[in-house]
Design a binder for this molecule. Structure first.
Ligand SMILES: Cc1ncc(COP(=O)(O)O)c(C=O)c1O
Length: 411
């Protein structure tokens, strides 16, 4: 028997299956109502529109759509994304856009291009596990910054930066999902965004703003991106078509200063030569057809209904002592249980009652969050959400020692 562990590089030892991936396996069991995976709902995939676009592309330009393309992405899509960004207050041109295989690839590219082993990376805790996984391979030191209902605690960050500066240190970058945060659903206030940009300028670190949920907003308009406040070129913006179109196409993008885009493109070249040309052509054609101006409002409407059902079901069934966030967009609600409860222990009982979730501890850098839970409302039907929350709350109630079911206070 060969022990293949002996062949793995040191950095491969740092690569571990995440709790989320493990939880996804549960979604394969049809009996279980799973709130684990934050996937977009397949019922909103515009199959007919895509069929038409693909037929059109294969008839008119198969030699382009099925060929390798430029590493930076097809020029047309880069310009379309630049226009989209400009319409949201980020003035940029096509050469400040790099098309990537989803924003997940952009995270790996950022690690490759910017991180030396031992560099300090700050991120929200709890934070997006996929960013942690991607950046980890480049062996930085991670430090978590807490967050509350207004997003990252920029005041805590400011204090820490001052301490670091007094030791002659500064972070290389700060990673944030400021809008409809994964996993908590909260959004960073405008005031904090401005403060954060000032801190980046003062202490000279990069901000990586990962913004895949921006368009899925439920109330009014979302606050402007951090990138739109950036006059020093320190913000690297990551966007994605996964949540508003088709994750299977793997089309996302980076918007940043030209020299950063050029370096990231060189790194991408050795990674995959280029992203899927067909995927990019499909996205580009959909934009030209005006598809998104019809599709995105419909998505907002449908996801908002699901969010509402989850929140009203929690209000109805959750036992006293359980609190949760009220996301204004995105896919996630974050539950905090009383301190003495352990979400990992409760998960096996929940699965027994045919409901699943992701334990919050997996999103914490510091091993905290044992009493927290992420619920994704994006994929289930309204009926499943109602029934799933009822089952979950029953388990929580039993674990609380059968105390009365009451209306929980939302944070
Ligand atoms: C915060 C965040 N960043 C990045 C991604 C990856 O998205 P993509 O499909 O664009 O790679 C996700 C997916 O869930 C996410 O939630």
């Amino acid at each position: 028997m060969i022990n293949y562990q002996d062949f793995f590089a040191e950095r491969a030892q740092l690569m571990q299956a995440s709790d989320i991936r493990e939880a996804f396996k549960l979604t394969e069991n049809a009996d279980i109502i799973s709130f684990a995976g934050g996937f977009p709902s397949a019922e909103y995939f515009p199959v007919q529109e895509v069929e038409e676009i693909v037929s059109e592309l294969l008839a008119s330009s198969p030699g382009i759509a099925l060929q390798y393309g430029p590493t930076e992405g097809i020029a047309e899509l880069r310009c379309q994304v630049a226009e989209l960004m400009s319409s949201k207050g980020v003035r940029c041109s096509g050469d400040q856009v790099l098309i990537t295989s989803g924003s997940q690839q952009a995270l790996d590219l950022i690690g490759r291009v910017f991180l030396n082993p031992g560099d300090l990376v700050l991120m929200e805790t709890p934070g997006y596990i996929g960013a942690l996984g991607a950046l980890k391979a480049y062996q930085p030191i991670f430090e978590g910054v807490p967050l509350d209902e207004d997003g990252l605690r920029v005041d805590v960050l400011a204090q820490r930066l001052e301490e670091l500066a007094s030791e002659g240190k500064s972070p290389k970058l700060l990673y944030t999902v400021a809008t409809f945060h994964n996993p908590t659903g909260v959004t960073m206030s405008m005031e904090r965004r401005r403060h954060l940009v000032r801190l980046a300028e003062k202490y000279r670190f990069l901000i990586v703003e990962d913004n895949p949920y921006e368009e899925i907003f439920f109330e009014g308009e979302p606050v402007s991106s951090i990138k739109s406040l950036d006059t020093s070129g320190l913000v690297i913006y990551l966007g994605s078509f996964s949540k508003i179109f088709l994750p299977g196409l793997r089309v996302g993008w980076v918007t940043a200063e030209r020299s950063m885009v050029e370096k990231l493109a060189i790194a991408k070249q050795s990674m995959d030569l280029c992203g899927s040309t067909l995927g990019q052509k499909i996205v580009s054609t959909a934009i030209k057809r005006g598809f998104f101006s019809r599709h995105i409002p419909a998505l907002r409407f449908s996801y908002r209904k699901k969010r509402d059902v989850m929140l009203t079901s929690l209000e109805r069934f959750a036992p006293e002592g359980v609190v949760w966030t009220r996301p204004q967009g995105g896919f996630f609600v974050w539950l905090t249980l009383p301190e003495r409860m352990d979400a990992k222990v409760i998960l096996s009982e929940a699965i027994h009652k045919k409901v699943a979730y992701v334990c919050g501890s997996g999103f914490h850098l510091d091993g905290g969050g044992h009493n927290t839970i992420r619920l994704a409302f994006s994929q289930n039907t309204e009926e499943q959400i109602r029934e799933g929350v009822r089952r979950l709350c029953l388990v929580l109630k039993e674990n609380l020692g059968g105390r009365e079911v009451g209306v929980a206070r939302a944070v």
